[in-house]
Design a binder for this molecule. Sequence first.
Ligand SMILES: N[C@@H](CCC(=O)N[C@@H](CS)C(=O)NCC(=O)O)C(=O)O
Length: 212
Amino acid sequence: MTAPEIIGAPQSNFVRTVRIACIEKGVDYTLTPARPHSPEVKAIHPFGKIPAFRHGDLTLCESKAICGYVDMAFAGPALIPRDPVGAAACEQWVSLMNTSIDPVLMRDYLRGHFFSGLPDGAPDRVRIDAALPKVRDIFALLERELSARDYLAGDKFTLADAFLLPVLHYMKQLPESQEMLAASPHVTAWYDRMMARPSVAETVPPPVPGRS
Ligand SMILES: N[C@@H](CCC(=O)N[C@@H](CS)C(=O)NCC(=O)O)C(=O)O
């Protein structure tokens, strides 16, 4: 069978998560750059979101489902631990990422900076300031959790880390979250540990267009 194809923009945190998952499993893949709502994405994702994924006759959308498939279908280290407690901890953090952390950090806070819709792309201070208390709460949570162990869901790298890292990549670039990160030594140590992984180093995204 041909190599899996990941369809989506490399700047997308969810696309990067899937790329990290493939590399961690030792799976060769191709990346087909595509924007959300483009025809090739809409052919697979009913709501036009990226990533979309193809492997032979199989098409999939939703990063958690794609990563779960990659984890089960290929040899290589487990991305989701195989023991019940480890698996549940990993699933819990992936879910927290998708339902509570990504929506605040990426959809509210980052969007206020990068995609404000204001003239000249000026940051939307109202949106950013409204998000900041929740951004602070998330950094406090991550600092607490990562002071107790080396990885988000236990003592080994899991899919939970692959979901968090691409988001923190952007938090390192924005002024308020950059300060929060600098004031969070355990999150910073985790970030540096992650950056040392080939899967993370190889997938550093290009700048978001218009935001060098
Ligand atoms: N739940 C989806 C979320 C994917 C997602 O939101 N991707 C963003 C890019 S990072 C997107 O396609 N946004 C376009 C939109 O929401 O219409 C997943 O896990 O794959």
